[in-house]
Write a protein that binds this ligand. Structure first.
Ligand SMILES: [Zn+2]
Length: 239
């Protein structure tokens, strides 16, 4: 099992998505917060993710992980938010370079399990406190978390490990990427996502049996990679 780790910080430019797709594919995103998180924060995160993926044809339906197994979707993802998703809780944390988010993979198969490190995202933001962040920390923190999550959802929905050199699908994020007003996918990735959202038959593992639709699977018992796996850092962290 491998883990795609994404999003550190280096300078970069951005490109924008493209025209809106004509259809909306309902996809289930099951979420679990390790720490209690206010409803307003989770709503902000969800709204921002939806604003990135909706123009590409994804109608995201958010569910708690306790509801898994009760519905089937054209596609789905299971997200665990690690650490406290409150900016204030992370404001005194020392930033340790590493992945802000990750997606599991077994061989060539991208698994639907995503991890988001709220602690690291919060401590990264506080290294460059802007006036906007000072004025509205939780709103902008939710925006940053949403962009990391949108990046990981791209890996899951597009079944792709590939990164671009700009936009939400780049391998490393700067603080500016996380906070700027407008930040969307590179046109190539936007095209792939739009095509994916419009596919009637998705590419699922053989265990999906006769149905091309996907019900929420159970996460592997061990949350840690197998001994043969390795963390994948597209580039080394830099200060
Ligand atoms: Zn990535």
């Amino acid at each position: 099992m491998k883990i795609l780790c994404c999003a550190l910080f280096l300078a970069g430019t951005l490109l924008f998505g493209g025209p809106e797709g004509p259809s909306q594919a309902p996809v289930g995103v099951y979420v679990e917060y390790e720490h209690p998180t206010s409803g307003s924060t989770s709503e902000l995160i969800q709204d921002d993710v939806q604003s990135i993926l909706s123009p590409l044809g994804f109608d995201i339906q958010w569910r708690p992980t306790q509801a898994a197994g009760k519905e089937v979707w054209s596609d789905l993802a299971v997200v665990t938010f690690e650490g406290d998703c409150s900016f204030a809780a992370n404001s005194r944390e020392k930033f340790v370079p590493g992945a802000l988010g990750w997606t599991r993979a077994v061989g060539a198969d991208i698994q639907p399990f995503i991890g988001i490190d709220c602690r690291r995202i919060g401590s990264l933001l506080q290294t460059q406190m802007t006036s906007a962040l000072t004025r509205n920390p939780q709103r902008l923190f939710a925006r940053a978390v949403a962009r990391v999550l949108a990046h990981e959802l791209y890996h899951v929905f597009a079944r792709s490990r590939a990164h671009q050199d700009s936009g939400v699908g780049k391998a490393e994020f700067t603080v500016k990427d996380l906070l700027m007003d407008r930040f969307q996918f590179h046109p190539e990735q936007a095209r792939l996502l739009r095509k994916t959202s419009q596919d009637d038959v998705r590419h699922f593992p053989a265990s999906a049996e006769t149905s091309p639709r996907r019900a929420a699977p159970e996460e592997p018992k061990s949350p840690t990679p197998s001994p043969t796996s390795s963390l994948y850092f597209p580039r080394a962290a830099s200060q």
